[in-house]
Ligand binder design. Structure first.
Ligand code: HEC
Ligand code: HEC
Length: 162
């Protein structure tokens, strides 16, 4: 598989800040080696893990980078949270190292899930969407104004009913 096909995902799809570029290659890889029924829980687990993980864990350059939880799978949110926490005001080598570490962490978890599946023949999720999603969706998945999704609602909306 030519690895170049994954490059457009960098920076949340060519620097658009959309979905974190670490995720689509992992998702494609999972979908390449499993059927749809099998990969759905794996992919949902990966998305939920991403939103709750203290990135970056893998820090081979020894820069002692701070870690943050994105509470989102968006590049823009994930990176800005980290930049603010680290106190960086512009693009630095640490920023690149942080994002490379995120990619490594996502790869590692993807392989771990596949190994678990191969060893045990089944996969049990250990991460779930933020609890607030369930709270908001009790109403918004049934009635207007209709919403769709499992990303933490309050990242963008705060709590509009308070
Ligand atoms: C008890 C049902 C219920 C729950 C729970 C609920 N909503 Fe709503 N929401 C509504 C209804 C009904 C409306 C439309 C009337 C209104 O604006 O109050 C609405 C309106 C909205 C709107 C559009 C109006 C605005 O004020 O911007 C947003 C955005 C929204 N909800 C987000 C959320 C989020 C985020 C949560 C969870 C933190 C949530 N809702 C939880 C019922 C609910
Ligand atoms: C990445 C940011 C983001 C996230 C996360 C998000 N929303 Fe939204 N949501 C928006 C935007 C932007 C709009 C469009 C607002 C507009 O057009 O006025 C919107 C629209 C809505 C509306 C319709 C509002 C209206 O006035 O009709 C509801 C209801 C809503 N969202 C609920 C939710 C719920 C529930 C969740 C969690 C599952 C959620 N949103 C997650 C950004 C987000």
């Amino acid at each position: 598989m030519p690895l170049e096909i994954f490059l457009p995902f960098r920076g949340g799809i060519y620097d658009r800040g959309s979905i974190c570029g670490a995720l689509p290659p992992a998702i494609i890889t999972l979908a390449l080696v499993t059927d749809t029924e099998t990969n759905r829980p794996l992919i949902e687990e990966l998305m939920a893990l991403y939103s709750t993980f203290q990135f970056p864990e893998y820090q081979p350059a020894g820069m002692d980078l701070p870690t943050t939880v994105a509470n989102s799978t968006l590049c823009h949110v994930s990176l800005t949270r980290w930049m603010n926490s680290a106190g960086f005001k512009r693009k630095t080598p640490e920023r690149s190292e942080r994002c490379a570490g995120v990619v490594a962490d996502v790869c590692k978890y993807t392989v771990k899930m596949l190994n678990k599946l191969a060893d045990q023949g089944a996969f049990a999720a250990s991460h779930a969407p933020a609890a607030i999603v369930g709270d908001c969706m009790t109403c918004h998945q049934e009635e207007a104004p209709y919403a769709h999704g499992k990303e933490s609602c309050i990242v963008c909306h705060g709590d509009p009913h308070n």
